[in-house]
Structures are given as structure tokens and as C-alpha cells.
Write a protein that binds this ligand. Structure first.
Ligand code: CP
Length: 318
């Protein structure tokens, strides 16, 4: 039995995504019935070197709903032996002795892959710097499927910080699994989508374009994926100010969107969606956050089952 690590969105194909959606649907029913004790012997460690509300708490809720327990730290940079100079590799090898799965958020791109290389339990990437955030993207595609009924033949508009916003990188990779998807990127000039993401889309035959006018961009959108400008990742305040406040979803903008459009945001938001928009039925970001619980329960189940075949890990190299 191989370990089921969740490192990056490229490891998923259409079949493994569908399997996850079916599990997540089942987990919603588990939550509705009050949870279960399926994994009462399991312990999950959360190692968060960066702040989090949704990811950490939804994973903690997920393991609790499945009967398991959680150990960990929400400020691993300060409250783990990393402050004494311990390497990530040593920390992971030690923590592996105490639990059955590690959920880690780290400041460095590639940290989850490094952790998985030495861990003796599954590692789940809860965000690695400006790299990827696969579990967020998994709940994003699950939400799109629930809101629109399909992931094929859709036009997705990604807005905001597309450079440092790791969720848009992972979401782009996942959308490449579906038919006739078009992605429009609308970003301030200094935080455009990185070439390595568009090169992947090109290689996969995904159609994409750039549009600087938000009004024009949203008109044909089935999904508007708004993101926060990632202030913490800028080298200086001046560059941040260039990007901040440029693209805001306002009540007025709603008039230019299709009635069937869905508005998503990984959250937290910092002013880029007006509060008044929340009342619109197309605003799905709080439903999206709830879906994170079901997807993360499904991911934990998969971690505890392991991988009976080589299939999914082979997908990592795609
Ligand atoms: N969407 C997301 O990753 O939120 P947190 O930073 O609160 O976990």
C-alpha cells in the first residue's frame, strides 16, 4: 500500500476528481447525520507555518467529524523546533511517528514535496508559499460542479493576484481536465498569471486569454473567481499599492453578469468583493467554504485508505 499524498493539483485527473466528488457528497450526508467514528483511531497533525482560518479549521473539523483527533500548531514558525534550527525534513520524520496524516502549510514553494519525500505518513499540502494550494482548488472545482452542474464547456474568469495567488495556479491545473474550458485572466500588470501556468494550459490544449477591463471580462463568465492581492508576498509597499484596489466586484458589476454565473473567492477577502454582493444568489463563496469541509473529509478518507495501485502517483508526473 502506497501513501496517498496531496502535493499538487497536477496529480488529479478526471477520474480521480469524480471519485473525490462522490466521496465528498457522501461526507455531506455523514455531517448531516451528526458525523461518525470511522477513523476514531486516527490522529491528524496540523503544521502551519503561515496563518490560516479556513484550511486549518476545516481540516480540524473534518477529522473530528470522522471520529479522529488532532494535534499540532497554528504557528509552527514560532512554536515548533524550527526556531531552534530544526530542518523541515527532521521535523516531518519526527512528527510522522506521532500521527497518521500531516497537513502542512509552509512559506516555501516545494515544501510539501520535500516533506512527502521523508514522511512515513501521508502529507497534505495546505499551501506552499506562492506555489500551490491543491485542497482549495479541489473544493473550488467541487463547488463549480455543484453550482453549475458541470465543469465542461465553461468560461472561467480569474481576477486579482494571479501571480502570488496559489489557488489560481492549482485551479488552472484542475480545469485542464475538462472539455472546452476557456479561462480569462484579469490581473493588475505586476501580478499577472505566471508563464509556467499558461505554458501548462497551452500544452493541455486549454484556451485562455487576458482582459484588463473587468466589465468586459465578466459578461460571458460562467464562473468569476476573485482573489485577494497577497500583500504578504510583495517585496515592497509600492508594488502592492500598484495592484491593490484595481479590480473590485461591486453591486453595479452584478448587472453585467449572466444570471447563471457563480461568484467564487477562496477567502479571506480584503475589500475586493463589496459586502452588498453577498446578498446576491450568485455569490457562492460561503457555500464554497462549507464545501471545503466535505472535500477535506474525503481527502482524509483517501489518505487513510492509501493507494492500492500505482495509478494516482503516476499522474504526478503528468
Ligand atoms: N482559502 C484559504 O486558504 O483560507 P485560509 O488562509 O484562511 O486557510
Amino acid at each position: 500500500m502506497k501513501l496517498y499524498h496531496v502535493i499538487g493539483a497536477k496529480q488529479y485527473d478526471r477520474t480521480s476528481l469524480e471519485d473525490l466528488f462522490v466521496r465528498a457528497d457522501r461526507m455531506e450526508a455523514v455531517v448531516k447525520s451528526g458525523g461518525n467514528t470511522q477513523f476514531s483511531s486516527k490522529i491528524m497533525t496540523t503544521l502551519f507555518f503561515e496563518p490560516s482560518t479556513r484550511t486549518r479549521l476545516s481540516f480540524e473539523s473534518a477529522i473530528s467529524r470522522l471520529g479522529g483527533k488532532v494535534i499540532g500548531t497554528e504557528n509552527a514558525g514560532q512554536f515548533s523546533s524550527a526556531t531552534k534550527g530544526e530542518t523541515l525534513e527532521d521535523t516531518i520524520q519526527v512528527v510522522s511517528q506521532y500521527c497518521d496524516v500531516i497537513v502542512m502549510r509552509h512559506t516555501d514553494i516545494g515544501a510539501a514535496e520535500r516533506a512527502a519525500a521523508v514522511a512515513s505518513v501521508p502529507v497534505i499540502n495546505a499551501g506552499d508559499g506562492g506555489g500551490e494550494h491543491p485542497t482549495q482548488a479541489l473544493l473550488d472545482v467541487y463547488t463549480i460542479k455543484k453550482e453549475l452542474g458541470t465543469l465542461d464547456h465553461i468560461h472561467v474568469v480569474m481576477v486579482g493576484d494571479l501571480k502570488y495567488g496559489r489557488t489560481v495556479h492549482s485551479l488552472s491545473y484542475l480545469l485542464a481536465n475538462y472539455k472546452n474550458v476557456h479561462i480569462t485572466f484579469t490581473a493588475p500588470s505586476n501580478v499577472q498569471i505566471p508563464p509556467y501556468v499558461t505554458e501548462y494550459l497551452y500544452a493541455k490544449g486549454v484556451s485562455y486569454s487576458e482582459e484588463t477591463d473587468l466589465h468586459a471580462a465578466v459578461r460571458a463568465a460562467d464562473v468569476i473567481y476573485q482573489t485577494r492581492i497577497q500583500k504578504e508576498r510583495f517585496d515592497n509597499e509600492e508594488d502592492y499599492k500598484l495592484a491593490e484596489g484595481k479590480y473590485i466586484i461591486t453591486e453595479e458589476l452584478l448587472k453585467h453578469m449572466k444570471s447563471t454565473c457563480t461568484i467564487l473567492h477562496p477567502l479571506p477577502r480584503a475589500g475586493e468583493i463589496e459586502k452588498e454582493v453577498d446578498q446576491d444568489p450568485r455569490a457562492a463563496y460561503f457555500r464554497q467554504a462549507r464545501n471545503g469541509l466535505f472535500i477535506r473529509m474525503a481527502l482524509l478518507e483517501k489518505c487513510f485508505e492509501g493507494i492500492p495501485a500505482e495509478k494516482e502517483m503516476a499522474a504526478l508526473s503528468r
